[in-house]
Write a protein that binds this ligand. Structure first.
Ligand code: ACM
Ligand code: ZN
Length: 600
């Protein structure tokens, strides 16, 4: 074999390596990344150069992160060597960017969101050596998203989270290139948005006397709401990070907080209290009364003023029809409008609201129930009961956001071993594992190629019936959100779960340093036991950079009695099953749950 052939083979081998194995661990994986030899060092003489003064907001955020993470403030200069150059290219598509790192200069090129995403990728590339030296491997990246809608939803209506926490969550979203925060603001259990015309909505409707945890009540008053000033501040904060906020005002169901304040908007007239039990309620807005529409239009008018988003989410899910069946006014409406049944009455309701929202220059999104009884002409559908609603809507030419519960409900458990996790949505029998999320493919072949363009993106939802702390929000959201980020952003062809896990490891150690309480995944290899000559062969990789695996093979607690995993384990088969356990300990000292080798 000639030497040059060998060299060619070797360079082909290098090229085919996933970029993570060469030290580049961006999540979501960029469309094109070519690692070059050498590195850029961030030193005391490094300066920032801006081409286009519109770069300044992105630069400020970048500077802030460097100060917070590494204690260095990079000055802005007009030229020089050893520079990080931000270049505004107004001709570039909005979210696309280029990032070029060479020994003397880093260039970030993009228009608006693209420039921001270039900076987020750059932040992920910074390596810190033991002596504190900051470096960035030389690389050339050309990147753009697969889907234009990349969302996460927080249900702050069932459980309230502070302004500061919402901002922290938005920061994390933006870092992984999510661009939509869906804010579920109203529910049976609470109304969380100040409406000037109806101050009672938050004076009374934002507060309840107790919260149900599992099957117990805590009898601790709970509540809170966002003032319009706070909302404007959060909307701006998100916009600076290229995150659009879509508010959701639920109708006609999930409305008991509003009906507890204005029982006259229900079919029966009430009175009602905010329910303390989770679950779907019979009481919904009366579709026969004009004052219902007057109220909702007044509310929506204020909402539309606050949120620059093109979309307003109007809910539409789980509206039980019993009250409408029994209500003379609703029945009169059905007759007057020539409707067939209560499903068509819901369709009338949504169409009427859509017309109002459209008249203000906005579009509606609704949960997939809005298809029942006929979908409103311009509505976008959020498919949550699996993908069925999304398939039906896309096939009728409507835009769709896929958020199927069986892949993207992040209140569901993350493993089969529920005893090992904080309480989750126990009513759903299956876990939504990290690999389930990663392997979710929004382009189902049950939608014709011609209609696939209507799948505009994906979203995960964090419902709060069972989640009542910031710690648990983080446990449920991470690392699954990183898997979703990749579904939403990275090319379908580049998908590899193994490659994702190898990049995830650095990202999780970074989240650990930030104090984010993500679920620590099982070590890689934990579910891939090989059997050879009566022995179980277990080869593990720590799931988080810098973490340590402790194991036992006698069923005892590995965080107390475990040995440090160093090399392949060979365990006689008769000792496996429930006897082999491990825990992962992060660099900051935090332990994972105890993982038990499953016998199947
Ligand atoms: C939903 O989960 N009810 C949208
Ligand atoms: Zn009614």
């Amino acid at each position: 074999m000639s030497k040059s052939f060998f060299t060619l083979l070797f360079s082909l081998f290098l090229m085919s390596l996933p970029i993570a194995t060469q030290g580049v661990s961006i999540v979501p994986l960029p469309k094109h990344a070519e690692q070059l030899s050498g590195e850029f060092e961030i030193s005391a003489s490094t300066k920032i150069v801006m081409q286009g003064k519109e770069c300044m907001p992105v630069i400020s955020l970048f500077q802030d992160v460097l100060v917070n993470n590494y204690g260095i403030k990079l000055p802005i200069s007009s030229s020089g060597k050893n520079i990080i150059r931000f270049i505004l290219d107004v001709k570039m598509e909005d979210e696309r960017y280029e990032l070029k790192v060479t020994k003397d200069e880093i260039q970030l090129i993009g228009n608006n969101a693209g420039l921001f995403y270039a900076s987020q990728s750059l932040l992920q590339l910074i390596q810190i050596a033991d002596n504190g030296k900051l470096s960035i491997p030389n690389i050339k990246i050309i990147d753009e998203p697969r889907f234009k809608y990349r969302g996460l939803m927080l249900d702050v209506a069932r459980y309230f989270y502070t302004v500061d926490y919402i901002k922290k969550f938005i920061d994390l979203m933006a870092y992984y290139k999510f661009n939509v925060f869906h804010w579920h603001l109203t529910e049976d259990a609470g109304w969380r948005i100040e409406i000037k015309k109806y101050p009672q909505l938050t004076q009374k409707g934002a507060w309840r006397s107790s919260t149900q945890h599992g099957d117990k009540q805590d009898r601790i008053p709970h509540g809170g709401f966002y003032t319009q000033e706070q909302i404007k501040d959060i909307v701006k904060y998100a916009a600076d990070r290229h995150v659009t906020i879509i508010p959701e005002i639920e109708m006609p169901g999930h409305a008991m907080a509003a009906l507890s304040v204005f029982p006259e908007l229900s079919c029966t007239g009430g009175p009602f209290a905010i329910p303390l039990q989770w679950g779907i309620k019979e009481e919904i807005f009366c579709a026969g009364k004009e004052q219902t529409f007057e109220f909702l239009e007044n509310v929506l008018s204020e909402v539309i003023e606050l949120f620059p988003s093109k979309y307003i989410h109007i809910g539409g899910d789980e509206a039980l029809k019993r009250r409408w069946k029994e209500c003379p006014k609703c029945q009169e409406r059905i007759k007057d409008e020539g409707l067939k049944d209560e499903h068509e009455l819901q369709s009338y309701f949504v169409r009427r609201i859509e017309k109002f929202v459209n008249s203000k220059g906005k579009q509606i999104i609704g949960w997939d129930e809005i298809l029942e009884g006929g979908i409103a002409p311009n509505a976008t559908v959020m498919s949550w009961r699996g993908e069925e609603g999304g398939i039906a809507a896309a096939s009728q030419g409507h835009d769709v956001i896929m958020t199927p519960n069986n892949y993207l409900y992040f209140d569901y458990y993350q493993s089969k071993d529920r005893a090992n996790e904080p309480i989750g949505a126990h009513w759903y029998p299956l876990p939504v594992t990290l690999s389930d999320v990663y392997n979710y493919e929004p382009y189902t072949d049950r939608i014709s190629t011609e209609h696939q363009k209507h799948i505009i993106g994906v979203q995960a939802n964090i419902w709060m019936e069972m989640i009542h702390s910031e710690a648990n929000v983080e446990y449920m959201t991470f690392p699954r959100a990183l898997a979703l980020a990749e579904v939403a952003w990275s090319p379908r062809e580049s998908k590899s779960y193994q490659n994702f896990l190898s990049r995830l490891s650095l990202r999780l150690s970074e989240l650990d340093k930030k104090g984010i309480l993500f679920r620590i995944p099982e070590p890689e290899g934990w579910s891939n036991v090989k059997i050879e000559s009566g022995m179980a062969i277990i080869q593990l990789t720590p799931p988080v950079a810098g973490s340590v695996i402790y194991y036992t093979i006698d069923g005892t607690d590995p965080s107390v009695y475990g040995k440090i995993y160093q090399d392949t384990l060979r365990i006689p088969l008769k000792l496996t099953g429930a006897n082999v356990k491990c825990v992962v300990q992060l660099a900051t000292g935090r332990y994972s749950g105890i993982y038990t080798l499953s016998s199947d």
